[in-house]
Design a binder for this molecule. Structure first.
Ligand SMILES: Nc1ncnc2c1ncn2[C@@H]1O[C@H](COP(=O)(O)OP(=O)(O)OP(=O)(O)O)[C@@H](O)[C@H]1O
Ligand SMILES: [Mg+2]
Length: 255
């Protein structure tokens, strides 16, 4: 790490004793564990224009959420240098739900995890709307616009025909809630067998709760027992097959 960046980090959290890259890295950032005498922090850095802009948003969302009861990491600070953008938050013990699920030995354990995932998402969907996090255009319109941009920039699985279909076949409107916006099993952390914390919150906003549900149960279409366990915890609307297809096999193909 260059000395200038280290200095910036120490301005925020005090003297650093150790920094190490995590074994589990995301796609769009570099994550490190940063140790001081008293605390452990998570440094999330991004280095390309697109991913840096996502990190700016994540910092804003995380800071905005500090005054709510939503379980997210504590925000400590954000800074930029010539090469990248850097967000410092609390290091949360635990492992991603993806990993916890793969380590679970019994069906019962797996169902318990999915039930707990449902409960955590219910908490989020029942929060009062946090207006500073609302986007300037209605959520689905914004997503379709972004899908088009991502399609033209390349690197997505979607195509023109699918995007046209998504425009033509929008699902019936639904009451908006707070949503995570990228609610996959990689983006929540499990501790003591419970899904406790949302991470990777750049897309957390006011939007369509069916998107979170679709991403949460994705890939489980052949395992109804996990979907049932999820809904036992979630306790809110169940999405239809068509809605699931619109969001998971449709919109999500562009992100
Ligand atoms: N606050 C935190 N405390 C502990 N571990 C964390 C924290 N935030 C992230 N991690 C770890 O770092 C990994 C990557 O984090 P994150 O999902 O935020 O990065 P990302 O690059 O945005 O991911 P992607 O683009 O793949 O969705 C997580 O899977 C998790 O293991
Ligand atoms: Mg992630």
């Amino acid at each position: 790490m260059n000395t200038e960046r280290l200095k910036q980090i120490e301005n925020i959290i005090g003297e650093v004793i150790n920094i190490e890259l995590l074994n589990e890295q995301g796609w769009t950032s570099k994550v490190s564990r940063v140790q001081t005498e008293t605390h452990t922090y998570l440094l999330k850095s991004a280095f390309t224009k697109r991913y840096r802009s996502w990190l700016v948003r994540e910092a804003y969302v995380l800071e905005t959420l500090q005054s709510t009861f939503l379980p997210v990491p504590t925000y400590y600070g954000f800074f930029e240098d010539e090469e990248g953008s850097h967000l410092i938050m609390s290091f949360e013990e635990g492992m991603t739900l993806r990993k916890a699920f793969s380590l679970a030995k019994t069906e019962q354990e797996k169902c318990k995890l999915m039930n707990s995932f449902g409960e955590l998402i219910r908490k989020l969907h029942e929060l009062p709307l946090n207006e500073p996090l609302r986007k300037s255009v209605p959520w689905l319109d914004g997503q379709l616009k972004q899908a088009e941009i991502n399609l033209h920039e390349g690197g997505t699985d979607g195509n023109d025909v699918l995007l046209e279909k998504l425009h033509a076949e929008k699902p019936a409107p639904i009451l908006e809630t707070m949503i995570h916006g990228d609610c996959t099993m990689e983006n929540v952390l499990v501790r003591d067998g419970k899904v406790e914390t949302f991470i990777d919150v750049a897309d957390l906003t006011i939007g369509d709760p069916r998107y979170d549900v679709a991403l949460a149960v994705r890939r489980f279409t052949n395992h109804p027992q996990y979907i049932d366990a999820f809904y036992d915890g979630y306790q809110r609307l169940a999405i239809s097959k068509e809605e699931y297809a619109y969001f998971d096999q449709g919109l999500y193909e562009f992100f």
